[in-house]
Design a protein around this ligand. Structure first.
Ligand SMILES: [Zn+2]
Length: 491
């Protein structure tokens, strides 16, 4: 049992004592020197609903030198996340087809070894297949196109059985019963929650077909909203100075405008991933004012960095979409402040050191983000005065949790339902009505720390934020009322 005294409830400001059930040793991750039981002074901490990230790449199956489900999950827990949404650009791609009929690559052998024929099945049953419990909840995404090749839309018949509540059926059992799949628990624990060709925009040829499937299945479409056939960094003074072919910012607006029209035409929910430019934010702002079913996210790096930072960080600051101009960076912060941005996603994208050393033109796109996202966002958004601490929790916990179809934990309601009014209330998570649903992040908002990627749980070290001094760090996560991660009382 762990009792955290005098912890502040993130939104009401009330001070409470929080009692958390014993950590499950098979699932929990406790940093060296950290506490997982006993009594702790929580007066410097807030308790908030668990952070949720709607955009991570865990590279498993197929590219496990970059990351695995285990290392990615550990990185998420250490960053304060209780749930993540896994993108489908694995190898083989998570398009619902069996490996016999697709380009399976190295991941095909991985799947055969554990006796599954399909990437979605592999991911859904990962814990069971490997005899592990991961310290974060995760949901799944299916590709929009077969093989993520942009030519033909994926078939709902291939993927609805991986959904918790496929449209038109009462429960997952209905969908599973037909093919005799006794996999209900895995479906419930790691359901398919969205459709995306992330890494590429959905092609014009299949867009209407994908949106029709999205409407029929009830899944949102997550759009990687930019397209370019060449270029490595943002087009502008920096690309000219370095002599590297640039990517115009209009590549983002073109897809955003196309999809806003598609949302108007079809009524399907389109969520724009990692939006990064002035003009795209303006278009989304107008679409939302019109009441169209669009939402959007941005990522910490578009708030904290611009293309001038490439001169300092090189390939560690190369991602897709690229870091844009300083004016775009400021517009991104303004779009967060005025509510155009619904949520913050990390786009956690691990690569090996060797890959990132290939130089700016040739290195792969992407940076890791899970283990420093909260601190980076707090520095850029809260310390600058653009938003307050409560809004940051809404952006990093409530909104992404809802996008994935979940109800975020409401600490105030738990307190009202379980604790009689006294001078100081006690929330005992062992006594609440549905303990299995309670996911929390404990954050030391005043903790000063220096980003040191060598201490990360991720396999990736590809971050431009190494050495950054930040204030504010998640120190524990609770899933299903049990402690799963702790750096409490450790440095
Ligand atoms: Zn993307």
């Amino acid at each position: 049992m762990l009792t955290i005294h005098d912890i502040k409830v993130w939104d009401t400001g009330e001070r409470i004592d929080l009692i958390v059930d014993d950590a499950d040793p098979a699932r929990s991750l406790v940093e060296p020197g950290a506490k997982a039981s006993g009594d702790i002074d929580g007066s410097a901490l807030i308790v908030a609903p668990g952070l949720a990230d709607p955009h991570v790449h865990f590279r498993d199956p197929g590219q496990t030198a970059k990351e695995t489900m285990r290392t990615g999950a550990a990185a998420a827990a250490a960053g304060g996340y209780t749930r993540v949404l896994v993108m489908p650009n694995t190898i083989p791609a998570a398009d619902g087809r069996d490996i016999e009929v697709q380009e399976a690559g190295a991941g095909g052998d991985q799947l055969r070894k554990v006796g599954v024929r399909n990437t979605l099945d592999y991911l859904q049953r990962y814990e069971q297949l490997h005899g592990v419990r991961l310290p974060v909840r995760y949901d799944l995404t299916v590709c929009a196109s077969i093989g993520r090749a942009g030519k033909l839309p994926t078939h709902p018949a291939d993927y609805v059985r991986f959904m918790e509540h496929p449209a038109g059926t009462a429960s997952p059992a209905d969908a599973d019963a037909e093919d005799g799949n006794a996999n209900d628990e895995a479906v419930r624990e790691h359901p398919l929650r969205a459709i995306s060709d992330d890494g590429s925009a959905i092609t014009e040829a299949i867009l209407d077909g994908v949106l029709a499937d999205a409407k029929a299945t009830g899944l949102p479409v997550l759009e990687h909203c930019e397209h370019h056939d060449s270029g490595a960094i943002n087009e502008g003074a920096v690309s000219k100075k370095l002599g590297i072919e640039g990517i115009p910012s209009s590549t983002e607006l073109a897809i955003v405008e196309r999809d806003i029209e598609a949302a108007r035409r079809t009524g399907a929910h389109i969520h724009f991933q990692h939006v990064s430019t002035v003009d795209a934010f303006d278009a989304i702002r107008r679409a939302k004012a019109e009441g169209l079913p669009v939402t959007c996210e941005t990522a910490p790096h578009y708030l904290a960095l611009c293309d001038e930072d490439i001169l300092k960080y090189g390939a560690m600051a190369k991602m897709n979409p690229p870091l844009r101009s300083e004016a775009d960076r400021r517009a991104t912060i303004a779009a967060v402040a005025d509510g155009t941005v619904d949520m913050i996603a990390t786009d956690h994208a691990p690569h090996t050191a060797a890959e990132k050393q290939a130089g700016l033109a040739d290195a792969p796109n992407g940076i890791i983000g899970l283990e420093c996202a909260y601190g980076v966002c707090r520095k850029v958004l809260v310390e600058s005065g653009a938003i307050n601490d409560e809004r940051l929790i809404e952006l990093m916990a409530l909104a992404p949790e809802r996008l994935m179809g979940h109800t975020p934990t409401d600490v105030a309601t738990l307190l009202n339902n379980s604790a009689a009014c006294a001078t100081k209330r006690v929330l005992d998570l062992r006594q609440v009505e549905h303990p299995e649903t309670v996911d929390l992040t404990l954050i030391d908002t005043g903790r000063r720390w220096t980003v040191d990627s060598s201490s990360f749980h991720s396999k990736g070290r590809n971050t431009p934020f190494d050495g950054w001094e930040l204030t504010g760090r998640p120190v524990a996560t609770v899933i299903g009322s049990k402690l799963v991660y702790s750096r409490l009382a450790a440095q």
